[in-house]
Design a protein around this ligand. Structure first.
Ligand SMILES: Cc1cc2nc3c(=O)[nH]c(=O)nc-3n(C[C@H](O)[C@H](O)[C@H](O)COP(=O)(O)OP(=O)(O)OC[C@H]3O[C@@H](n4cnc5c(N)ncnc54)[C@H](O)[C@@H]3O)c2cc1C
Length: 321
């Protein structure tokens, strides 16, 4: 990561979730003077709710998705060598329920193969076995924050009401405010994709499994370092932040059917997150405000998965000023 030309800018990043923090690391690493403005700590962001497997779930239709996926997978694979990052490479199964499921994501993956019938749940005709990064997000967000500190990134805890209010302290503003980004940039194309998870003690599982098209509903089991994340839900347009007991009961039924080892375990915690839905990720330079803006938001269910690829592109767009 060398210093890019033009990278002497003062950059304000609005947003302290995985997208804002990754962009801040990338920008500061290339020489920019970065301030992250966020009204909530990373631990209270949607990012903190992510499961999180590197997988392009609801990643949007941008033609750059394959590039962001490949770049991010490379970075996460490197990070997995350092235990402090919270990133582990783990084998698991993507269950498929119908012919012709999009497998383009495998282009970025060095280690994958066809799942055998014994590796699939009853009734599932196919699937992919792959070694992918599993990101224990509470550890990872702390590590990202530590990288920001090491690179001299400053933090400010406040709500930004308009991009222009950042102008006195910034040569350029990066909007990475997740679902609320649209409010800052007159963009009414965003919508929540409500997710809900249940966290259980890890009974010794290491393999993850996702079954997007389980007839009973989206189902995944992701073992992390100290727990197992069971999901899920993907309710477009639902803004309700309260965990729904009926949804939780259904998640526990489906995940126990998929992975019997999680049946009957006590619930450690539960969480709801509103994924920042948009038909395509918005990653572009915008003129017309008091200072230039780089927008980076709308990552749906794949913000962690695409984070490094997007952060690198943010840095390139900032350097292009
Ligand atoms: C249940 C669930 C499971 C998921 N699983 C995965 C997974 O396995 N893999 C994966 O890649 N992704 C997963 N995701 C999706 C992922 O969590 C999101 O794509 C990602 O967190 C989006 O990150 P973000 O930084 O854009 O937004 P956020 O994490 O929402 O961060 C937004 C930040 O902006 C700040 N902010 C917003 N508006 C303002 C303002 N006006 N002024 C100041 N600050 C502001 C907030 O305080 C916050 O710091 C999952 C999501 C959910 C809900």
């Amino acid at each position: 990561m060398g210093t890019l030309p033009g990278m002497t800018a003062r950059v304000t990043v609005v947003g302290g979730g995985v997208i804002g923090l990754s962009a801040a690391v990338e920008l500061a690493g290339r020489g920019a003077a970065v301030t992250v403005v966020a009204d909530r700590p990373a631990a209270d962001s949607v990012s903190a709710v992510a499961a999180a497997v590197w997988f392009p779930y609801r990643s949007g239709a941008s033609p750059s998705v394959p590039t962001w996926l490949a770049r991010s997978l490379g970075r996460f694979t490197e990070l997995a060598a350092d235990e402090a990052t919270g990133v582990d490479l783990r084998v698991g199964t993507v269950v498929e329920r119908r012919p012709g499921v999009d497998r383009s994501w495998t282009a970025a993956v060095p280690a994958f193969r066809e799942a055998t019938p014994a590796e699939l749940p009853p009734g599932a005709p196919a699937g992919v076995r792959a070694t992918l990064p599993v990101i224990t997000v509470p550890v990872y967000l702390g590590w990202l924050h530590g990288q920001c500190d090491r690179l001299g990134v400053r933090f400010s805890r406040r709500t930004v009401d308009s991009v222009d209010e950042c102008a006195p302290d910034a040569d350029i503003v990066v909007v990475a405010a997740g679902l609320r980004s649209g409010e800052l940039l007159d963009d009414d194309t965003m919508y929540p994709i409500r997710g809900q998870v249940v966290r259980l003690p890890n009974p010794g599982l290491t393999e993850w499994v996702t079954d997007e098209e389980d007839p009973a509903g989206l189902t995944y089991v992701v073992p992390r370092r100290h727990d197992v994340v069971c999901g899920g839900a993907a309710e477009v347009g639902n803004w309700d932040l309260a965990p729904d007991p009926a949804t939780e009961a259904a998640i526990l039924r489906r995940t126990a059917a998929l992975v019997p080892a999680v049946a009957g375990l006590p619930v450690l915690s539960r969480a709801v997150g509103l994924r920042p839905g948009r038909d395509t990720v918005r990653l572009e330079r915008i003129e017309g405000y008091a200072v230039p803006v780089v927008a980076c938001y709308g990552h749906g269910g794949a913000g962690v998965t695409m984070s490094w690829g997007c952060a690198e592109e943010v840095a390139e767009l900032v350097a292009a000023r």
